[in-house]
Design a protein around this ligand. Sequence first.
Ligand SMILES: Cc1cc2nc3c(=O)[nH]c(=O)nc-3n(C[C@H](O)[C@H](O)[C@H](O)COP(=O)(O)O)c2cc1C
Ligand code: SF4
Length: 487
Amino acid sequence: MSAESIPRLASFKSVPRFKEHLQTLHLSVPCDDDLVTGPECPLLQPLKKGSIRIGNRIAAQPMEGWDGTSDGNPTERTIRRWRHFGRSGAKLIWGGEAVAVSHEGRANPNQLVIADHTMPGLAELYATLVDDHRRTTGSDHDLLIGLQLTHSGRFSRPNASSRTEPRILYHHPILDRRLKLPQDFPVLSDGEISSIIEDFHRAAKRAQDLGFHFVDIKHCHGYLGHEFLSAHTREGSYGGNFENRTRFLREVVQGIRSVAPGLEVGVRLSAFDTIPFTPDPDRSLNGKPGPGIPEIASELLPYHWGFGVNPQDPITSDAAEPLQFLRLLQDLNIYLVNLTAGSPYYNPHIQRPALFPPSDGYQPPEDPLIGVARQMEFTHKLKQQFPDLIVVGTAYSYLQDFLPYVTQAAIRENWVDSVGIGRMLLTYPEFLWEASQGRAIEHKRICRTFSDCTTAPRNGLPSGCYPLDSYYKHSEFASLLAEAKKH
Ligand SMILES: Cc1cc2nc3c(=O)[nH]c(=O)nc-3n(C[C@H](O)[C@H](O)[C@H](O)COP(=O)(O)O)c2cc1C
Ligand code: SF4
């Protein structure tokens, strides 16, 4: 399969035509024929759980921009992005963007860091977001804002975008090879893990001082929190059985409750995964990567290096441990859960379905709508078993013009509590809000999943929507990106 052979959603001029395509693909995601606007709109219904109040069902997903300063402060571009998060009208701001708890834990040298010297900069981001949110919705009533706290683990690159400085928990037969790690590359010791846990405690206290209502202890996309969950082969108290693999989360939460009482905790989880994918070498031509294929080999079975993965058939998911994980969250009184999947580094078609691959990716191995439906269906399955959790869903941007029709149906039919919007925030942040108000949709601003916002950072440039946002299209980085895409 390649992008050319996949029907373009932009060419579907009506909802019935879109639904026909869903049927052709045997997908059963809900989709309404008409939009409901005003107070009855499912997307505008408030959410309440204990002391948590969220004014509507739209969530802004965390979206980083690789555009902070080398010491971890925001720049003008970062401030602009947070302005857009506010402008989205979302009453749940899930994290803003990944903010590292230490310099060593940064995913790139331009990632934000939470530390004493970045407090004024982070405060400005918060204030800007709230200002713009008020301008869109008229008030900041029931606006819940979190900060996503991260350590990038295996994917740390704190000092140069061209130099990986991995902090790994165990040796992974495929990812170690990709990162060129020798067999004796050191794994983090239990003592080093304790010190990272303390970094999370300090970071959470600072987030509370800044006024954030919750912190997200990031457990997704292959970063450190997520890697703990698949540390089956690690020895000692942070690896092996489920209790050990979730010890990091429990110790982070325990410390936060003690240093920052009253601060809510949330978790963004890659709820399922697959084995890493790679471009099919037999179908890669003239520098153009072929469709993605799983890097499976018989000696890797049963597969012991994934979470939410079926060990006998690691291309398929297994919900047993993700369900156990949600039970644990509930036992820890954590009610804010954001479900995503996979990783942008090793299976981007699972994590952010797109028609066009990023420069380090592969042609889509399936119609990206299948990827959207996979995340929606898995989220629905988990949500049904945990009605008390506030569940945010992910990966809707590929729905493009049909985003409001599908998401309003998903909320009404209880597939999910809140719809989290990622890439669409970069092009058309207020899309769902405007649709819920009955305003005309600006089709030219809709994200068409060109993936430049992923390709740019892969080439050491700031992320942004280069094709559709004139701020980036006419920036000094646009020609550098065009050049990088040629190679
Ligand atoms: C440029 C870019 C930056 C992202 N930054 C983050 C991040 O900081 N934290 C995170 O958890 N996910 C991040 N994501 C993933 C998104 O939050 C989201 O899960 C993904 O884009 C799929 O949702 P969508 O289909 O609405 O785009 C990022 C994605 C993109 C494209
Ligand atoms: S570059 Fe723009 S159009 Fe392309 S995926 Fe990113 S936000 Fe969407």
